[in-house]
Ligand binder design. Structure first.
Ligand code: ATP
Ligand code: MG
Length: 242
C-alpha cells in the first residue's frame, strides 16, 4: 500500500464578486497516492485552477483541509509554507511563467538553486530531463527564442527537477500540437510513475486521460465523477479499449 502524498478534505473556496458569492471549489475531498497520476477535467470556470492553486499553497481555502505528505497547510506559518512549496511541490501554470532572462537550462536549474541542491550531478539530471522532453538542442536558448510548446516543456522540466512529492500541472499541453502533447503527457506519466510522485494534470483534451490512473471531473466547483477503472478511463479518453 503506497502512501498518500496529497489529501483534500471538504475543501471550499468562495469568492465575492459584485455582492454575489461564487463557490469556485465546493466541498471537494479526494486523495492522491505517491506514484499515482490523476487528470482533473471539467468545463471552463469549473474550479480547476482555483483547486490547483490551493494545493500549491498559493491560495488559502475558505474552509477545509489540505495535507501534503501528511502536513496540514493551514497549520504552517508563511515561512514554512514557502519552504514546503519549494521542496515538495512542483507546478506549471496555464501561462508558463519562465524567467525571461534565463536560458532553458538555467530556468530548470533555478529550482535546484533555490533548494541549495545545484551540483554537478543535479545539472546532469537537469540536462537529461530536458533531453527527454525533446529539448536537448535548446539548453542555451532564452524563452523568447523558443516556441510556446518548447517553453511549456521547459516549465514541465522545472516542475519535476527537484523531485517534489506532488506535481501540479495546469494545462501543460495547451500550446503543443497533438503528437507532441501525447509524447509530453506520456513522458510526464512515466516520470510520475518511475519516481513515485503524486501528479495532477488539468486538461481540456480528454484524449490525454489515456495516460492517467484516475480521472476527477469537476462541474460548478464540485467533484461530480471519479473514473478509476482503466477500461472506463480509455473509453472516456476516446482511446481504443484493448
Ligand atoms: N480571484 C477571483 N475572484 C473572483 N472569482 C474568481 C477568482 N478566481 C476564480 N474565480 C471564479 O471561480 C470560478 C472558477 O475559476 P477557475 O479559474 O478555477 O476555473 P477553471 O476550471 O480553471 O477554468 P478554465 O478551464 O477556463 O481555466 C470561475 O467562476 C471564476 O470566475
Ligand atoms: Mg484554469
Amino acid at each position: 500500500m503506497s502512501n498518500i502524498a496529497l489529501e483534500v478534505r471538504d475543501l471550499v473556496k468562495s469568492f465575492s464578486l459584485d455582492g454575489a458569492t461564487i463557490q469556485a471549489v465546493d466541498n471537494v475531498s479526494f486523495q492522491v497516492r505517491s506514484g499515482e497520476f490523476v487528470a482533473l477535467v471539467g468545463p471552463s470556470g469549473s474550479g480547476k485552477t482555483t483547486l490547483l492553486s490551493i494545493l500549491a499553497a498559493l491560495l488559502s481555502p475558505t474552509s477545509g483541509q489540505v495535507l501534503i505528505d501528511g502536513q496540514d497547510l493551514a497549520k504552517m506559518n508563511e515561512r514554512e509554507r514557502v519552504k514546503l512549496r519549494r521542496e515538495k511541490i512542483g507546478f506549471t501554470f496555464q501561462s508558463n511563467n519562465l524567467i525571461p532572462f534565463l536560458t532553458a537550462r538555467e530556468n530548470v536549474e533555478y529550482m535546484l538553486r533555490l533548494n541549495g541542491a545545484l551540483n554537478h550531478g543535479s545539472r546532469i539530471r537537469s540536462d537529461e530531463l530536458l533531453a527527454r522532453l525533446g529539448l536537448a538542442e535548446r539548453l542555451h536558448n532564452l524563452p523568447a527564442q523558443m516556441s510556446g510548446g518548447q517553453q511549456q516543456r521547459v516549465a514541465i522540466a522545472r516542475a519535476l527537477i527537484h523531485n517534489p512529492a506532488v506535481v501540479l500541472a495546469d494545462e501543460p499541453t495547451a500550446s503543443l500540437d497533438t503528437e507532441r502533447a501525447f509524447q509530453v503527457v506520456e513522458t510526464f506519466a512515466n516520470l510520475i510513475h518511475e519516481n513515485g510522485r503524486a501528479g495532477i494534470i488539468v486538461t481540456h483534451d480528454l484524449r490525454m486521460c489515456q495516460f492517467v490512473d484516475r480521472v476527477l471531473q469537476m462541474r460548478d466547483g464540485k467533484l461530480v465523477r471519479i473514473i478509476e477503472d482503466k477500461n472506463e478511463i480509455l473509453e472516456f479518453a476516446g482511446a481504443a479499449v484493448h
